[in-house]
Design a protein around this ligand. Structure first.
Ligand SMILES: NC(=O)C1=CN([C@@H]2O[C@H](COP(=O)(O)OP(=O)(O)OC[C@H]3O[C@@H](n4cnc5c(N)ncnc54)[C@H](OP(=O)(O)O)[C@@H]3O)[C@@H](O)[C@H]2O)C=CC1
Ligand SMILES: O=C(CO)COP(=O)(O)O
Length: 355
């Protein structure tokens, strides 16, 4: 591999796209960032600052922003797609004329497409048919990355070249990139944790404490594992940065947009008001709906996702939902050791004996 600077394109001018563009440039890459708003692109080039999404942080001055996709993509070796899931396919289609099979295409987006319940790297595959496809996911609050706080992420792909090139392009003294070959599991972890971050934000706004947050995160992990198994994914991946790592940060930090939506709901705002006030993407709002429907369809036990769905979309008060969840059927701690069915059977046996 040559030591020439890697040519990196970033599609998306939001907070994460901007943070990633700056990392790649700090790392010596030749970075072009595409955003649809020419005025914001001009501001990035002029002031080295993204006034809309990361107003308080300096961007590496060598990042070139443009609203011309051809200019950004034509020479790129690595393309990072940081576009919310509801616009992801459209933007990849716009980009398609300037994408070529030698490029490495990586999704950074933690969401699900409603039609077919597809994750974003699948869309990259469907739209291009290329083989160098991967995802990055992990505990990666864009604002903290912009502050150069020490951070780690995961690049996941079954293609070793994709993993190595991304590790080389982004790994630096404040951003460490771990490799995984479980693309689906890493991507699924990133999408699912947003659901529980909304719930954690609600709990915090209702004055619930650290025991509650810890219970919520741990039971969320159990629920995520159950869903992963149903989808044919390996739940072991959730023990890594893209599972438990991202769950911890997103359920704990007011810098998370999903957490903030939850917090606003807990303070009594309507869902529309909470999303409107945020002004940025909170993927979990859509993800909870899709995952809850899928769980029902496949008969997967996901009481937290079901409960949050009812709070968000059916007007059930959050405190009442929390009470119902606490009084729900008896269950097991680690289901890989003791199944829920075993716990319930034992209860039934005791009840029959007492009758
Ligand atoms: N922010 C974070 O901390 C992290 C985010 N992520 C993931 O990254 C993804 C992108 O997030 P992020 O950068 O934070 O998002 P933001 O909400 O900050 O920004 C979204 C960006 O996408 C652009 N966009 C939206 N719709 C379209 C469209 N139809 N055509 C072209 N551009 C469009 C917006 O442009 P415009 O301004 O013109 O509307 C904006 O540049 C999300 O799925 C998120 O889950 C992952 C890890 C961390
Ligand atoms: O995924 C993230 C942190 O890893 C960002 O979370 P939000 O989208 O909730 O801000």
């Amino acid at each position: 591999m040559s030591d020439d600077p890697m040519r990196v394109a970033v599609l998306g001018g939001g907070s994460f796209g901007t943070a990633l563009a700056s990392i790649a440039a700090d790392n010596g890459g030749e970075v072009c960032q595409w955003l649809r708003d020419p005025e914001l692109a001009a501001q990035i080039n002029r002031e080295h600052r993204n006034g809309r999404y990361l107003p308080d942080y300096a961007i590496n001055p060598t990042v070139k922003a443009s609203s011309n996709m051809q200019d950004v993509l034509e020479r790129a070796e690595l393309v990072l797609v940081a576009i919310p899931s509801n616009a992801f396919r459209d933007v990849v289609r716009q980009a398609r004329p300037w994408l070529h099979a030698d490029q490495i295409l990586v999704s950074t987006t933690k969401g699900i497409q409603e039609d077919g319940f597809k994750l974003m790297s699948r869309i990259l595959e469907e739209e291009t048919g290329f083989i160098h496809i991967g995802v990055i996911s992990g505990p990666n609050l864009a604002t903290e990355i912009a502050q150069k706080q020490l951070t780690a992420t995961v690049v996941a792909s079954d293609d070793p070249l994709t993993r190595t090139r991304v590790q080389k392009a982004l790994g630096c003294d404040y951003f460490r990139v771990y490799a995984s070959n479980d693309r689906y599991g890493v991507e699924l972890g990133g999408a699912l944790k947003n659901i529980y971050a909304i719930a954690a934000g609600i709990a915090a706004a209702l004055g619930m404490g650290e025991n509650t947050r810890s219970m919520l995160m741990t039971r969320a992990l159990a629920e995520m594992g159950r869903f992963a198994v149903d989808q044919g994914a390996n739940p072991m991946t959730f023990l890594g940065l893209a599972g438990v790592g991202d769950l911890i940060v997103t359920c704990s930090s007011p810098l998370s947009r999903n957490y903030r939506v939850g917090h606003a709901l807990g303070q009594g705002k309507s869902l529309d008001e909470a999303v409107e006030a945020l002004g940025q993407v909170a993927e979990g709002v859509n993800t909870v709906r899709l995952v809850r429907d899928k769980a029902r369809e496949d008969n997967v036990y996901m009481p937290l996702a079901e409960g949050l769905y009812q709070v968000l979309f059916e007007g059930v008060p959050a405190r009442e939902m929390a009470r119902m969840l606490m009084l729900g059927e008896q269950s097991s701690d680690v289901e890989f050791l003791l199944s829920r069915e075993d716990v319930q059977q034992a209860h039934r046996r005791v009840e029959t004996r007492n009758e």
